[in-house]
Design a protein around this ligand. Structure first.
Ligand code: XMP
Length: 558
């Protein structure tokens, strides 16, 4: 399969480059900017690298910025430098890069030249003596955007930029094809090598025509074939899993979330079902009917060895008397490890078994820093770093079959493998479960109260539709849940004075959980949901709606 390799120098938007190109049907792989190219990066089995993109970076080339393996300039593949990537290429090849007196940031107009003047249309000139065929195909991707400046043979569009350095002298062989409104180089192309550079970010949606520019590089210049489909990927995963696992057992630790359920579905599809063991712990801190939902979903997928460990009593007694959030988390984390090891031992699997996890691509990427420096295992998940996982990793017996996929690709994969839509649409749920949604001491009684209230809230979100989008609220919301506060307040029920618990509802929209906005419910819906909760859950006397965004608040309350 053709792929585009992305060298990550740490820009916030590196992942976006990968996403955009995968959306075009071409497989992408992000590797650290300074990764050595020898050792298989360019010859990876059936995959064929068709081009290399050098990402942006928060650093400067003349300071701490990382440099790519010089072999990229010898390998003959097309290169596209974006922002720092362009500056890097220019600097490495003998040009000069210096700080700007004032950063170029946000929407900036760019004039691109090198097209045939009007009369011959405004297509790129490609005749003899003009730019080569690759240049012509690349320039074809540039939009004739809004605010045409009218210069014959040029196009004008609004780009999106974020840089404090600029090219002050072009390296030998580079020629400027585009200039920003501020007079700085914006598009630079080598005259004889397939090397292209953009000072702006075509991967950012604010960049007019950015997708087409990327397309022009991927298809026009690199000639990549769009062969990245989920069906094909499943076949490849299946073959590699079978080859790696052989006839050894594979044990997957299931949390009930989307990732681990899809990983389970994949193992069940790829390996003989009798080789697949799935283990799930019911800590008593789960949502209403969660364990049954997980059981049903996995059995439907063909699971034969599903080990559900019921350990509510152990968790609740360990949590007794604890009110500090960190103390609660520590007790839960430690107990999780103890029980997991005990139960895995009890399964009596041979030492040769493989341990599987639902780690995603984004879990491997430390936010904002890129895959680069922190190459493995950042999953914020209670399985991470447990002695069991560490030992298996050391022994080379960890399976992470989703580690090349983004979240929405995992959902697509799950749908293809027959995972229920209900499971795939589920909102994220934290490892410590309801313990971080019951402020103060966690008791069985409070877990039950919260479970009931939360279930009503979620049921209402699934049955009510947003007047704006027409979707049910649940699908428009990234995460919604109820929180039980450690306070009671006065109310009336009939003629009787009532002293009930206070419940907070939280609903947020987010792209990745790193930041979050409050979901703006129509007031009528909030009022009706609140009434239904206080009518049905007698211990709750008052309902509030959390209107804090993240930052400054976090999504969870503890
Ligand atoms: P916060 O509360 O930090 O949450 O804004 C961000 C996202 O992470 C989830 N979360 C957790 N997930 N173990 C997890 O597996 C945890 O300890 C944990 N704490 C928060 C939270 O639900 C939200 O999606």
């Amino acid at each position: 399969m053709d792929k585009i390799l992305i060298l990550d120098f740490g820009s916030q938007t590196t992942q976006l480059i990968g996403r955009r190109i995968r959306d075009m049907g071409v497989y992408t792989e992000i590797v650290p900017g300074d990764a050595p190219l020898s050792g298989g990066l360019l010859e990876d089995g059936a995959d064929r690298v068709r081009g290399i993109i050098l990402s942006g970076s928060p650093e400067s080339v003349y300071e701490a910025g990382a440099a790519p393996d010089k072999a990229i300039y010898e390998c003959g593949l097309p290169l596209l430098g974006i922002c720092y990537g362009l500056q890097r290429m220019n600097y490495d090849l003998g040009g000069l890069v210096e700080p700007l007196p004032r950063r170029e940031y946000g929407r900036v107009g760019v004039t691109v030249t090198g097209f045939e003047p009007a009369g011959g249309g405004s297509g790129p000139s490609g005749g003899s003596g003009g730019p080569g065929e690759a240049v012509r195909r690349f320039l074809e991707g540039f939009p004739s955007g809004s605010g045409e400046n009218g210069t014959p043979g040029s196009r004008y569009f609004t780009s999106w930029m974020s840089h404090g350095d600029t090219l002050t002298r072009l390296a030998s062989g580079f020629r400027q094809y585009g200039q920003s409104d501020n007079g700085y180089p914006a598009v630079v192309i080598h005259e004889s090598r397939p090397w292209f550079g953009l000072q702006f970010h075509p991967e950012v949606t604010h960049c007019e025509g950015g997708l087409e520019i990327l397309r022009a590089f991927v298809f026009g210049v690199c000639g990549a074939l769009a062969a990245w489909t989920m069906e094909r990927y499943v076949e490849e995963l299946r073959a590699s899993l079978t080859a790696r696992v052989g006839d050894n057992p594979a044990l997957l630790l299931i949390s009930g979330g989307v990732d681990s359920t899809v990983a389970g579905a994949l193992l069940l599809k790829a390996l003989p079902v009798d080789q697949v063991h799935l283990m799930y712990m019911d800590t008593g801190l789960m949502r209403k009917d969660e364990t049954e939902t997980v059981r049903r979903a996995l059995e439907k997928l063909g699971a034969r060895h599903l080990h559900i460990v019921y350990c509510q009593e152990e968790f609740l007694s360990a949590l007794q008397g604890l009110t500090e959030p960190e103390a609660k988390r520590k007790v839960i984390g430690d107990l999780f490890i103890t029980i997991q090891e005990r139960e895995v031992r009890a399964l009596g699997l041979p030492d040769s078994y493989f341990l599987a996890q639902g780690t995603l691509y984004t879990d491997l990427i430390e936010s904002g820093k890129g895959v680069g420096k922190k190459a493995h295992l950042i999953k914020s998940h209670h399985n991470v770093g447990t002695p069991l996982v560490d030992a298996k990793r050391k022994a080379g017996r960890i399976l992470e079959p989703l580690d090349r996929l983004y979240k929405d690709e995992v959902r697509r994969l799950g749908a293809l493998l027959g995972v229920e839509g209900e499971v795939l649409r589920r909102h994220p749920f934290p490892g410590p479960g309801l313990a971080v949604r019951i402020l103060g001491e966690v008791t069985a009684e409070k877990c039950n109260i919260l479970r009931e209230a939360d279930a009503i809230f979620i049921e209402e979100l699934k049955s009510r539709r947003s007047p704006e989008t027409g979707n049910c609220f649940y699908d428009d919301i990234w995460q919604a849940f109820a929180v039980l506060l450690p306070i009671r307040s006065v109310g009336v029920a009939g003629d009787v004075r009532k002293y009930g618990w206070v419940l907070a509802l939280r609903a947020i929209t987010s792209a990745d959980g790193m930041t979050a906005d409050v979901y703006p419910f129509p007031t009528g819906d909030l009022l009706e949901i609140s009434t239904r909760i206080t009518n049905l859950v007698k211990d709750i006397g008052r309902v509030t709606y959390d209107i804090s965004s993240k930052p400054p608040a976090t999504i969870e309350w503890e």
